[in-house]
Design a protein around this ligand. Sequence first.
Ligand code: IMP
Length: 186
Amino acid sequence: MPTPPDFVPASQCEILFSEQQIAERVTAIGEEISADYKDQSIVLVGVLKGAAIFLADLARSIDVDNTFDFVAVSSYGKEKTSSGAVKLIKDLDVPIEGKHVIVVEDILDTGLTLSYLRKLLLQHKPASLKIATCLDKPERRLVPIEADYVGFKIPNHFVIGYGMDYAEKYRNVRDIRLYPEIPTGH
Ligand code: IMP
C-alpha cells in the first residue's frame, strides 16, 4: 500500500497569485475573447477537473454567446513521458463540428495533454480551435504547443489552488499558492 502524502496546510503555502490578481486576469482574458469572437458563438471545453473553476469564472467574463462542455483525460502510468501517453476518460457531450471551440485548461505544463486533446478535437472538424490556460510553465514543455490566452506564465514550481490539486486536495483554495515540496514527476 502506498503511504499517503503528508499534506501541508494551504495557509502555510506562499501565495503566488491572490484571488484579486486572478479575478483581474480572468476578466481581461474574458474581454479579449469577447473582442476576438464578436458576434459569434463559442464552445468552451473545460478539461476536468483542474479547469472547472477557471472555466466557471472565464465563462462569466465573456459576453458573446457561449456554451460549455467538459472532457477528462488521464495519463497512462504514473510518470508522463514524451511518448504522449494520454487517454480520454470522458468525451464531449455535444458535437463541435463547425463550432468555434476554446479548450480551457488549468496549467499548460509538458504540453502532452493539450497536444493530445487538440489532435483529438480537430478530428471533430470545429470551425476553429484555440486554447486558454490559467497558467503556463514554458520551461517544462516536452512537446511544442502554445496557448492563445494565458493567465500567467510561471517558472517550474508546483502550485495548488483555484482548481489545481495535489493528490486531489486544495482545488477549493481561492488563490494560487506554491506547494513547498514539488511532488515527484513535476
Ligand atoms: P501536461 O501539460 O500534459 O504536462 O499536463 C498538465 C496537467 O498537469 C494540468 O492540467 C494539471 O492537471 C497537471 N499539473 C501540472 N503542473 C501542475 C501543478 O503545478 N499543480 C497542479 N497540477 C499540475
